[in-house]
Design a protein around this ligand. Structure first.
Ligand SMILES: NC(=O)c1ccc[n+]([C@@H]2O[C@H](COP(=O)([O-])OP(=O)(O)OC[C@H]3O[C@@H](n4cnc5c(N)ncnc54)[C@H](O)[C@@H]3O)[C@@H](O)[C@H]2O)c1
Ligand SMILES: O=C(O)C1=N[C@H](C(=O)O)CCC1
Length: 264
């Protein structure tokens, strides 16, 4: 039986790629989209999107009232994505969320809601398998290298910094790294922000430039050696296999999982 899917953000860089992925997967059926500008229209009315009669809603509540779905995919912006995810679970629809920039408190809240509703939910800051391996390799390396700096590089249309991937990488590294404050104990910044963001003494640097897609290097250093673990997404197709897998997996789940590494 087909998995019925509602997708939010179909005009976006990720959303438009995901619309094509859903339409091309034989077991998936795109039953509606959420878009703030094309309320009451069809997908076919939006220039550049596939010629399909899929209804578009502005308000998620109205969409859930009128259309039955199994899975909700969100690829929008942080505040909207959080509200959509919460509303989907309240309506017993399983969310697969690529939107980044949620706070830790929001993830805890959504996790509690998933538990109460016994609804599957996958929130993954990065759906590219290579990026997940880069994060897991970094977690392994941090056991032996406690000095680490994360450099994430993204296109300049990105709203959140640091990236969800960099934050997740730091959280995984925290599992194995001996806690320490890095750099010289007396170091000072002559320009504020020069040393980047800090998480448990680790440093995270965010680069934003046109031309980039999504890239991250995790740099480890110890006496006489460095180790560099790097991943590059060169296009947004690189995220689609992870989203597809998540849609299948979320159908079998009854709780929230944060990170693709938990389902690979
Ligand atoms: N998890 C991953 O693997 C992954 C990969 C790439 C991007 N992302 C994240 O996905 C999100 C989208 O990225 P993007 O590059 O496609 O951004 P984008 O700006 O191209 O697209 C965002 C879309 O959200 C829509 N939107 C905004 N407010 C809305 C609302 N109220 N209702 C419905 N739609 C609304 C916009 O119209 C736009 O089409 C970002 O949070 C980004 O960080 C995650
Ligand atoms: O393009 C973006 O925005 C991306 N965001 C994710 C993040 O914040 O980690 C990763 C993939 C691309």
């Amino acid at each position: 039986m087909a998995i019925n899917i509602i997708l939010a953000g179909p005009r976006g860089r990720m959303g438009s790629e995901a619309v094509n992925m859903v339409l091309n997967e034989p077991d998936f059926k795109l039953v509606a989209c959420i878009d703030r500008k094309h309320d009451g229209e069809q997908l076919t009315d939006i220039q550049g999107l596939p010629n399909k009669d899929v209804p578009i809603f502005k308000e998620i509540e109205e969409c859930f009232q009128q259309v039955n779905a199994d899975v909700f995919i969100d690829l929008t912006i942080p505040e909207v994505g959080y509200y959509h995810t919460k509303t989907a679970m309240e309506n017993n629809i399983r969310p697969v969320v690529g939107t980044t920039g949620f706070t830790d408190e929001q993830i805890v809240e959504l996790s509690q809601l998933a538990q109460t509703k016994k609804t599957g939910c996958i929130i993954a800051p990065n759906f590219a398998v290579g990026a997940v391996l880069m994060m897991k390799f970094s977690e392994m390396a941090a056991k032996y290298f406690s000095d680490v700096e994360i450099i994430e590089k993204h296109h300049d249309r990105k709203l959140d910094a640091p990236s969800g991937t960099a934050k997740k990488t730091a959280e995984l590294i925290r599992n194995t790294r001996e806690a320490k404050k890095q750099g010289h104990p007396d170091e000072t910044e002559t320009i504020r922000g020069a040393r980047g963001a800090e998480l448990d003494g680790m440093r995270i640097h965010s680069v934003r430039l046109p031309g980039l897609v999504a890239h991250q290097e995790v740099l480890f250093g110890s006496s006489g050696q460095t180790l560099s673990i790097k991943h590059d997404s060169l296009n947004r197709e690189s995220f689609m296999e992870g989203i597809k897998l998540s849609v299948y997996k979320v159908m079998e789940m009854d709780e929230l999982t944060y990170g693709l590494e938990n389902i690979l």
